[in-house]
Design a protein around this ligand. Structure first.
Ligand code: FES
Length: 335
């Protein structure tokens, strides 16, 4: 057992052998900044101050630069403690962060749209459940858990909405598509989790919100939050899918956009049929066609790891986006 200390908040928890420092934090109910848990997004980067770690997972070269590695930066989702360890993570607010809770929820509705189910659950009335727009929950199952982003705004208390893609043979989604998980059933949730959420300190910067597939869910939550708190902010939403029926929640999106007067919306299909007259190709290319200069923007990207990686690299290199203005949540494939 290793003692982990996170400075400057002086948060402490224990890690077991064979678990990553990030997994140990989450197990202890400590919501350290993270997103993908697989070395893709860089959200869990921290500086090793003292102690030794073993790298337990691979990560892409672009996630940490050679200079960051030389300065002792590690990814907590890819590192196991070898004895007691102290890491520096100024982005973690300590006790001010929303605590992770495990709570029951009642299935309130399952709306099947092609291969995506919109799952709505009702939460216990008290104490009120808090989260930041963009965060995700784990659904706890008998044989494991599955993670889904929350798609509604934090002020819609009492309800959570999730967008669940059908994976044949999967651990959770078949229960929705077969109808075996019915309204009224009780499930267990854990969260809120993740550090992909709207930064409201930079309200003057225009936003690019980029989603592929069900990565639209946290983008919808962020839009709903903006409608409440910053309705005049300039926002351009891109939703990329292969076919037109992948735009599975477009009516709700258009209702949100109607509340946000300075928004644009570009659906992007990578395999359009002849009837499609909109944008085609990949969302990253579409953004670069529309914006040669992103130096004054913030980008929130959620979807496949490839899209997240390609977007960050391209926006920084080709359009001058500051690296710290790119926020992402990469959905890693699990069934
Ligand atoms: S790189 Fe560690 S959570 Fe994404």
């Amino acid at each position: 057992m290793s003692q982990i200390t996170v400075s400057p908040s002086q948060t402490q928890f224990t890690a077991q052998p064979n678990e990553t420092i990030l997994s140990a934090a989450i197990r202890n109910g400590i919501n350290l900044p993270h997103s993908c848990q697989s070395g893709v997004c860089g959200s869990c980067a921290a500086k090793l101050v003292s102690g030794k770690i073993q790298q337990s997972g691979e990560y892409d070269d672009y996630v940490l630069s050679a200079d960051e590695i030389a300065a002792g930066t590690i990814l907590l989702c890819c590192s196991q403690a070898d004895g007691d360890v102290t890491v520096d993570m100024p982005s973690y607010a300590g006790a001010k962060a929303i605590a992770i809770r495990t709570l029951p929820a009642r299935v309130a509705g399952v709306d099947i749209r092609g291969d995506v189910a919109i799952l709505t659950v009702a939460l216990p009335k008290a104490p009120p459940f808090q989260f930041y727009a963009g965060q995700y929950m784990e659904i706890l199952l008998k044989d494991g858990s599955r993670s889904y982003s929350i798609a509604n705004a934090p002020n819609q208390t009492g309800t959570l909405e999730f967008h669940v893609r059908h994976h044949v043979g999967g651990l959770f989604s078949p229960q929705l598509f077969s109808g075996s998980l019915k309204s009224g059933a009780i499930i267990r949730l854990r969260g809120p989790l993740g550090s992909f959420y709207l930064n409201e300190d930079t309200a003057d910067k225009p936003l690019i919100l980029l989603a592929t597939g069900t990565g639209f869910a946290p983008i919808k939550s962020i839009l709903a939050q903006l409608a409440q708190t910053q309705p005049t902010r300039r926002v351009h939403v891109y939703h990329g899918t292969r076919f037109a029926d992948g735009l599975y929640d477009e009516n709700a999106l258009r209702e949100l956009l109607a509340q946000l007067p300075n928004t644009q919306y570009t659906p992007v299909l990578s395999r359009p049929d002849d009837a499609w007259t909109g944008a085609t190709g990949y969302v990253t290319e579409s953004v670069l066609r529309d914006y040669a200069d992103l130096s004054g923007h913030e980008v929130y990207a959620c979807g496949s790891p490839d899209m997240v990686r390609d977007s960050k690299v391209a926006f920084v290199a080709q359009a001058g986006l500051p690296e710290n203005a790119f926020y992402s949540d990469a959905f890693t494939a699990h069934i």
